[in-house]
Design a protein around this ligand. Structure first.
Ligand SMILES: [Zn+2]
Ligand SMILES: [Zn+2]
Length: 153
């Protein structure tokens, strides 16, 4: 069975439902560690659901139509990543990826078409456009809509 982001979101939803259900449990024996045990279980479920959501987001990125730039950036902040021990972190938002993003081609979805003054067209993602805006003077930036047509901003 191939795991898809939808799968992981589904699992996360079920874990969240279990968390909610466990929170409504009451009326146990008055003595003992009953409540502490339930509390711990609820926390584990909540953490599990959160981890599944993150895994779904990472997987969706890996499967998307890739931007293809030779290194990867933060999708919201651009060239703000630092990597160590196979983990990449954005210096601005502290978002973390459990693989080395700097060392691999960008796989963010393509959302922009950039045409430089020489007429060379490059397609790239949100994060890479941030860097390109600063680096490429006089270029035209076109936001791609659903159908792939460029919209001038
Ligand atoms: Zn960031
Ligand atoms: Zn990119």
């Amino acid at each position: 069975m191939t795991v898809t982001p939808a799968h992981l979101h589904d699992l996360a939803s079920r874990a969240e439902a279990l968390t909610t259900e466990a929170l409504t449990l009451g009326g146990g024996p008055p003595e003992g560690d009953y409540l502490a045990v339930v509390q711990q279980a609820v926390e584990s479920l909540a953490r599990g659901a959160e981890a599944l959501r993150r895994a779904a987001a990472d997987l969706a990125e890996l499967q998307a139509q890739p931007c293809g730039m030779p290194w990867t950036v933060c999708p919201e902040h651009g060239n703000t990543l630092s990597s160590s021990a196979g983990i990449s972190t954005c210096r601005v938002c502290r978002r973390t990826w459990h693989y080395d993003r700097l060392g691999r081609p960008c796989r963010e979805p393509v959302t922009w078409k950039v045409i430089d003054r020489a007429g060379t067209e490059t397609r790239m993602c949100d994060g890479h456009v941030l860097g390109a805006r600063a680096a490429v003077e006089g270029a035209t930036f076109l936001r791609l809509d659903e159908g792939g047509a460029g919209v001038r901003l």
